[in-house]
Design a protein around this ligand. Structure first.
Ligand code: ADP
Ligand code: MG
Length: 731
């Protein structure tokens, strides 16, 4: 008998096993049994052969009239002719000469498959069949066969579905009763089949209802194992030591709050209190702070950082890009005022220093930053990936803040964590709000805080779609609107998807892109690539936006140039910034009131939402125009209209997730785990995930190491090992 770990070679022989490995990466019995059918074809009632129509899925009861084995173009072809008295039907099997032994003339059987026509003859290619043993009751056999469901598997050219079904059948026949990891109570409560039975039913269902129950149970298993893994991680964090960082009544935090030019919103206060309580504990905080763009996460994070500085420690803020790191240091030093100037004239004696560390800094700058980080003079360190490199030593790293978690994997979070002698507190921030169950799946090892409220004085953004295909003149109006905003003393962004239009980028240009390009050019025949910053900037400067101060900004510029441009824009010296998505996150220029996004259909829903969050920050109403050449009925247009119709980030992230594949949703964050999630879909299976979360938490509470249920412990350990090794693989 075999178990899930048994190599397929043992069950199926070397050739078949090797072919399965090549086609699907399947190696063990367990791998094959987790290759689940996508759907089932119900074998029909018996048909008369004479009435079969091409393309129909049919089942016939017939007698074998002739069998013929031949070779053609290197293949062995077995041809079987069957008849039911009404007509003849040809059955063909390629490279399965062994079937000749059982498909003997005179035997009766049932044959099921899709009717094809070849050389004018109706045929079934590789039909599913069952021969009726001599002397058996035909009626009984018929009802058994016709009631069956054929599994349809994800297949490969070299390994069709029917062949997978055959392998599964062999493997299931030899499968022993597997250890059950759900308790009797749970199985009864949810009316789930046992594990072994579920595997049988999902591959060879006795009824469609049984298949659905089996599928649900196996999906629940995936959710449960994942939740158990995450619950175990949470429990481990809880058992790690950490330095308790308490807010001092007369320390930096108090001074900071008294200096703030605004009062914290209720939401900010609540979250700040949660973080305060977490960090006062003697085990590390692991908290996710999610909130809309502009919901005031930075202030809350800074307050947490100052709490750590108050207790003699340091806080590090990891930003995904140089531009963002720069923005953070500006915002943070500004918010801190004299508190960020310790050791300088006019600086506050009790303050600290805020230091930047990025890859583009020169050697002297880096040396200076590194020495302040090592000595502890820098209480707050802001940086990019450079912070993770080997030469960076902290004096006492007490808090790690990760901004825009989506761009970092868990491994990077961990890399920074190891820079502390004692596990630091960790705060992860994301501006992409995600539905609860997704958060539970992606960030399930973190506690979650959410800022739902935007600070007062924030004006809502109005968003419109400009369908340039239908209404080309609207684009002219957009440029006109920018001029009006600038005349009122405001500033604007124009965002384009590309930096430049190189020759290679001409390939694969969609009709939509051409349409936009044409309109930009006023030339209906010339081929022009997708809107790019390098082309659009001079075009607008010399054309529609003549007279305004227009500047390009993109990732290929030197960081000096980028900085200078951003600074000039922030100072109001540039009216219109023509930029790529480098401005996506964090950039904060309250005077900017309008944004035009070119080729809006090229951006994801969440990205568009992030982008437009750059405007409407300074108490002036924000306007965002999404330009697209997509046609009115296209998916792209539906997406753009959704973005235009709501500013609810949660609603939008749901739309976004629904349009992306599961792999994207889970992304880097859980890439090892992902390969275990064969059935689970985080959006569709929300109730199941909730259920698993509750069951999992209860199990861990009662039995933290799962020692009372060895099969469960083993399954979680396996998941964990694969999860960890996938991180190692990525270096
Ligand atoms: P996020 O990081 O969530 O995108 P920020 O922390 O950068 O948001 O805040 C956006 C802007 O709102 C900043 O200019 C910040 O100074 C300001 N802000 C933050 N909290 C408040 C508040 N409670 N009242 C008024 N303005 C606030
Ligand atoms: Mg921010």
């Amino acid at each position: 008998m075999s178990t899930l770990e048994t190599p397929l070679k043992k069950e199926l022989g070397d050739r078949t096993a090797t072919a399965l490995t090549k086609a699907f990466g399947i190696e063990t019995v367990g791998d094959l049994l987790r290759h689940y059918p996508r759907r089932y074809v119900v074998r029909g009632e018996l048909s008369d052969i004479a009435e079969l129509a091409e393309g129909e899925e049919a089942t016939v009861l017939a007698e074998i009239a002739a069998v013929h084995l031949r070779r053609a173009s290197g293949r062995v072809i077995l041809e079987v002719v069957v008849t039911d008295g009404s007509a003849k039907l040809w059955l063909t099997f390629f490279n399965q000469p062994w079937r000749e032994k059982e498909l003997r003339v005179g035997r009766t059987g049932m044959f099921a498959g899709k009717v094809g026509v070849f050389n004018g003859k109706r045929q079934l290619s590789h039909p599913d069949y069952e021969l009726i043993p001599d002397g058996d009751d035909v009626d009984e056999a018929v009802s058994g066969f016709a009631g069956k469901f054929l599994p349809v598997y994800p297949s490969a050219a070299k390994f069709p579905s029917w062949k997978i079904a055959q392998c599964v059948e062999i493997v299931l026949d030899g499968l022993e009763e597997l250890p059950e990891y759900l308790s009797e109570e749970l199985l009864n409560e949810f009316e789930y089949p046992k594990f072994t039975q579920a595997l049988h039913e999902i591959h060879q269902p006795s009824s469609l209802e049984a298949a659905a129950q089996a599928r649900e149970r196996l999906t629940f298993d995936e959710a449960l194992l994942l939740q158990l893994l995450l619950a175990q991680r949470r429990a481990e964090y809880q058992s790690m030591p950490a330095i308790s960082r308490k807010v001092k009544s007369d320390g930096l935090v108090a001074r900071f709050e008294s200096l703030l030019p605004f009062t914290l919103t209720d939401g900010q206060r609540e979250v700040a209190a949660e973080i305060e309580a977490d960090m006062a504990a003697t085990h590390p905080m692991h908290r996710l702070l999610q909130g809309e763009v502009g919901s005031g996460k930075t202030v809350v994070a800074l307050r947490a950082a100052l709490t750590v500085v108050d207790s003699g420690g340091q806080a590090a803020l990891l930003a995904p890009t140089e531009v963002l790191a720069q923005q953070h240091i500006k915002t943070i030093t500004k918010l801190m005022g004299p508190l960020a100037q310790a050791g300088t004239l006019g600086g506050d004696a009790d303050g600290t220093q805020v230091v930047l560390l990025t890859g583009s800094m020169n050697a002297a700058q880096k040396r200076d930053a590194l020495s302040k980080i090592a000595s502890g003079d820098a209480g707050i360190v802001i940086g990019t990936h450079a912070l993770l490199s080997a030469g960076v030593d902290f004096f006492d790293l007490g808090l790690v803040i990760v901004d825009e978690q989506h761009r970092f994997g868990v491994e990077q979070r961990d890399a920074l964590r190891t820079k502390a002698k004692i596990p630091p507190h960790v705060l992860v921030m994301t501006a992409t709000p995600i539905p609860r169950t997704v958060a539970m799946t992606i960030f399930g090892d973190l506690e979650i805080s959410t800022l739902r409220q935007l600070p007062a004085g924030r004006t809502p953004i109005t968003t419109h779609v400009i369908p340039v295909l239908e209404k080309p003149h609207y684009l002219e109006r957009a440029w006109q609107r920018i001029k009006e905003e600038v005349a009122k003393g405001h500033q604007a962004y124009v965002v384009a998807p590309r930096i430049s239009a190189s020759e290679s980028e001409l390939d694969g240009m969609s009709e939509a892109d051409k349409a936009i390009a044409r309109i930009m050019d006023g030339d209906s025949d010339e081929k022009v690539p997708l809107t790019s910053v390098e082309e659009l900037a001079p075009k607008l400067a010399l054309g529609a936006l003549k007279g305004l101060s227009v500047a390009p900004l993109h990732g290929r510029q030197s960081s000096e140039l980028k900085d200078a441009t951003m600074q000039a824009f922030a100072d109001g010296k540039i009216d219109v910034l023509i930029a790529t998505t480098v401005i996506e996150v964090g950039v904060d220029v309250p005077n900017a009131s309008m944004m035009v996004i070119m080729d809006g259909d090229r951006f994801g829903v969440s990205q568009l939402h992030q982008l437009r969050g750059r405007v409407g920050r300074g108490g002036v109403p924000g306007l965002c125009l999404l330009v697209s050449g997509a046609s009115e009925e296209s998916d792209a247009m539906v997406r753009l209209n959704a973005v235009a119709s709501t500013v609810d980030g949660f609603e939008l992230s749901r739309i976004d997730l629904e349009q992306r594949s599961e792999g994207d949703v889970l992304g880097k964050a859980q890439s090892g785990v992902r390969s275990h999630l064969r059935l689970l879909k985080v959006l569709r299976d929300e109730p199941l995930i909730e259920k698993a979360r509750i069951v999992g938490s209860k199990l861990i509470e009662q039995d933290p190491t799962l020692e009372q249920s060895p099969p469960l412990a083993a399954a979680v350990a396996k998941l964990r090992m694969d999860d960890a090794s996938s991180f190692v693989d990525k270096g």
